[in-house]
Write a protein that binds this ligand. Sequence first.
Ligand code: ZN
Length: 485
Amino acid sequence: MKSVFGLFGTILMFAVLVTASIPTASAQDTSVFRAGAAKLDITPPLGCSLAGHLVDRKATHVHDPLHARSLVMEDGKTKIAIVICDLIGIAQSEVSEAKRLISEQTGIPPECVLIAGTHTHTGPAPEPCLQSDPDPEYLKFLVVRIADSVRCAINNLRPARAGWGLGHEERMVFNRRYFMKPGTVPPDPWGRTEDQVKMNPGYENPNVVKPAGPVDPDLTILAVQDTDGYPIAVLGNYALHYVGGGNGLEISADYFGQWCRIMEQSWGKYDESKPPCVALLSNGCSGNINNVDIHQKLIQPHPYHQMNRVAQAVADEAMRVLGGITYRESIPLQGALETVELGIRKPSSTEVQEAQEILKKAGPELKDLPEIYARETVLMAEMPEKISTTVQAIRIGDAVIATFPGEAFVELGLEIKKKSQFERTFCVELANDDVGYIPTEEAYKLGGYETWRARSSPLQPGSAEKLLAAALALLNTVHESSGGR
Ligand SMILES: [Zn+2]
């Protein structure tokens, strides 16, 4: 669940199409590929608002710390920085400020910096998320920490080689939207009964007909090691919304953080003379994907059991893939960004009035769906008609990363991978912005939670298709400028 905090401010920070310098053939042949990685703690203080539920929660404990994890690669001419943060998302305003600092301090231009949230539901609110609001002091700390993690990764740069591979883990991912028997989908927050699908219908619900969409079981891996064969970083990409644990009041990096811990122990080696290996797990297009098997009730011996189980399964597959990686030492790098303008589903004045009536009768904490969405309707009246956001392509040799600026539906990632001309394609969501859910046009027709109008789902139908077209065009541009390699 997300919002578009910050889209009102520094919207126009990127040119329509910004492309970093493209290495020439001779530069590719002679340049030395270098890489470095670092992670810095971004855990907020206890008492902070935790994002990810319909109502606000205040953190009472730290189960495991949150990090900004950075991987910097350099081909002798172009530097690329990838930063994955243990956050539910990150607003364009913070991305913009972090990129400004990074550019100022390291010279890496914005199109070569990718900053994404993992989508942990047990981290601070980095932007207004339904009834949870961010702490401005934390945001200042976060931005500096992101930039510092890139500087630390640069400090760790050394001659390196990299390779990529593909695994599959289909047991952990489920499409969370289901077609239901006629008349069994509950009303939406406005009392309408037009939804044809229900998110999370519950275990063994006899009214479930079938899932309303596919899953993407790919686990895409980028492995980077130094020229002595010592691991520098491993970047994973897997399309799974989140898998948390605990009582909802504990700060945790979710299964994303646990995967990183396992990978750093299993794949990383200890050498006191070298910086430790850093693992990064980016989220794929997973706006409609979860880890809930509705046919099998989850019984956990302890609250973090399932989170650890999923992390272990995905890490086991990553280790298998790492065993078969072919490493290369000549790896041209390139980054490109494109701005995309998207329309907002503004409420009508009648809808705002109706919402205000509901709120007048509500208590101080909004608990039911009509009240919560009434507040969203009133707040959405203040949003602009249109917002500007970005998609990005990062080329790493014959592999590429394509990004979406919010919780992209799985169909978008599948389409990108199907049409990409690159040997290996990563699709990272919640990158460089957070415009909320990005449902396909078809999903809007079916309705359901992800399409209910709120700051966490403000976009007009057709936005996903616009972003997809822009991302595919960008991949094409990057591929052509690479000489079609
Ligand atoms: Zn979520």
